[in-house]
Ligand binder design. Structure first.
Ligand SMILES: Nc1nc2c(c(=O)[nH]1)N[C@H]1C(S)=C(S)[C@@H](COP(=O)(O)O)O[C@H]1N2
Ligand SMILES: [Mo]
Length: 314
């Protein structure tokens, strides 16, 4: 595991995807070669399911951000509002066994064990640009499966127009939930066509490995064309609904955090511009870049919003 983490130290937007891929192949070969000398730990054996995941056609040709940065600078208000502290505090969360309650407008509601969900949904790597509303971005090789594929198994009814997601509520370990910074538990939502879009995934891993707890283990949403706050972590409940649900951020600051939250350089956050973004990297010279509409995924998703005023529906 340590080897893999070190391997990403120099990856940045300067290093191209081919270098990342060949380095990864080299590491895998090296790991295989040393198998006789080093017995795999239990964790490594379990991580086997992540080691052979294939990069699917929906991945963007981008070079991942340093693993260290992606895992040490996280937003997880259940633990802390400090982006540096949640990587330590989140380790207290028990992520197995884990189940997801499915309710609402579905023919097959129930409590689904995560292991069964994983058996039904083959994993795939998706390298996506990911952008926080606070104007920083990173590139993450997520491992997961399409949300739509999972939802179809629950058989949504024709009344299902929206999907609501809920994070686990456990103030004993999620010490941030003892404060009123947000209304707990954290909830988020998508319109059904956004949820069914092939770019929208449920992630269970990243960088050839299990999802770190601070990044939302064991199961989180990833919607790459929307600001990061839509990508809810540690999901325990999914409800299919006829009406648009409230969301945690929408309740706390509706002027700042709309339901749609599509990345859009033309629509400013009330307190700052969204025109530029800081690319997360360990260097203090980390580059800034122009923000792209729909975070660069416009070709795939712009049609979902045709005819909608995105300044009004922010
Ligand atoms: N449950 C929960 N999910 C959450 C958050 C949170 O505080 N709690 N923060 C959101 C925000 S604001 C962002 S930018 C992303 C950050 O994901 P990362 O920490 O894996 O980079 O998670 C989102 N999902
Ligand atoms: Mo965010």
């Amino acid at each position: 595991m340590l080897i893999k983490r070190k391997a990403n130290i120099l990856t940045s937007e300067i290093t191209d995807r081919a270098v990342f891929e060949s380095r990864r192949r080299f590491i895998k070969a090296a790991a295989a070669g040393s198998a006789a000398l080093m017995l795999p730990t239990l964790a490594e054996a379990e991580n086997g399911i992540y080691a052979d995941v294939l990069t699917g056609p929906y991945s963007a040709p981008l070079s991942p951000t340093d693993y260290e940065d992606v895992t040490s600078y996280t937003n997880y208000y259940e633990f802390s509002t400090n982006k540096k502290d949640s990587s330590r505090l989140a380790q207290a969360l028990k992520t197995r066994p884990w189940s997801v309650t499915v309710e609402g407008e579905v023919a097959r509601p129930g409590i689904y064990d995560l292991e069964d969900i994983l058996k039904d949904n083959p994993l795939e790597e998706r390298i996506y640009r990911f952008r926080c509303v606070e104007a920083w971005s990173m590139i993450v090789p997520w491992i997961g499966f399409p949300l739509g594929q999972m939802l179809k198994r629950f058989e949504p009814t024709s009344n299902a127009k929206f999907v609501e997601f809920t994070t686990i509520y456990n103030p004993d370990v999620m010490i941030g939930q003892r404060s009123g910074v947000l209304e707990w538990p954290y909830t988020e939502g998508l319109r059904i066509d956004e949820a069914m879009h092939p770019l929208t995934i449920m992630a269970t891993g990243m960088y050839d490995d299990e999802l770190p707890k601070q990044n939302g283990a064991p199961l989180r949403l990833i919607v790459p064309w929307k600001y990061g706050f839509k990508s809810i972590k540690a999901i325990v409940k999914i409800r299919l609904l006829e009406n648009m649900p409230d969301t945690a951020w929408n309740k706390s600051a509706p002027r700042e955090y709309g339901f749609y939250a599509n990345v859009n350089p033309e629509v400013s956050h009330p307190r700052w511009s969204q025109k530029r973004e800081r690319v997360l990297g360990s260097s203090i010279f980390a580059a800034k870049r122009n923000t792209e509409k729909f975070n660069g995924y416009g070709e795939q998703v712009a049609s979902l919003y045709s005819g909608m005023d995105l300044k009004k529906y922010y």
